[in-house]
Design a protein around this ligand. Sequence first.
Ligand code: ZN
Length: 240
Amino acid sequence: MKIGIISDIHSNMEALLAVLDDMGPVDKVIFLGDVVGYGADPEFCIKIVREIADIMVCGNHDFACCGLTSIRYFNEFAKRAVIWTSKKLSKKDLNFLANLPLKAKYEDMLFVHSTPFEPQNWHYIFTPKDAVTSFWYFEEKICFVGHSHVPMNFSIDSSGMVHIFRDDEISFEDDKRYIVNVGSVGQPRDGDPKAAYGILDLEKKSFKLKRVEYDVEKAKEKIISVGLPPYLGERLLYGR
Ligand code: ZN
């Protein structure tokens, strides 16, 4: 069984369509949250994700748009995008976002936007130390996350040693557990502007991170033309 895992679409229609085209047919699609925020096409992205995703969890921007997460700690650009998005969305779409779960499980895997520990508080996992706390708070073999928009992986062995690695391909070993960040479809921040997503192969026990070119210029122009901060468009060009 092949599973496409996508996260942090952030209303970027061009990136989402390019990723789905590249992914081709899969047995399941799992979405790790933040369908909206930052970009110009929130309604379209919600519509597509509802059609294609078999499992979905919420992100901080999704909850912020429906008032379930405070934007007090959001930066100025993110705040403006949340306010713009929440005005643009229908009651039905806001209701859909408000009802997304914080966590989901499938087989021996956990799916969460931020961290297994206090997922509603939107912590980040950047270091092995951050990962240690997270490993304490789930029992499954693999936890897939998004949120930081930076693809990276962590493993923990039976002695409790946590190891960080950035390989694009992972062969899951029987005696280890993993945290895998699949990066961001719509606003990569690892210096590579290409959209990121992952393919999990359950039979081969492997994961592959994929990068896809898309029309970044078009996504940028749309952000500017709808009146969102130009910086939100420009950062797409640099993957920052
Ligand atoms: Zn995000």
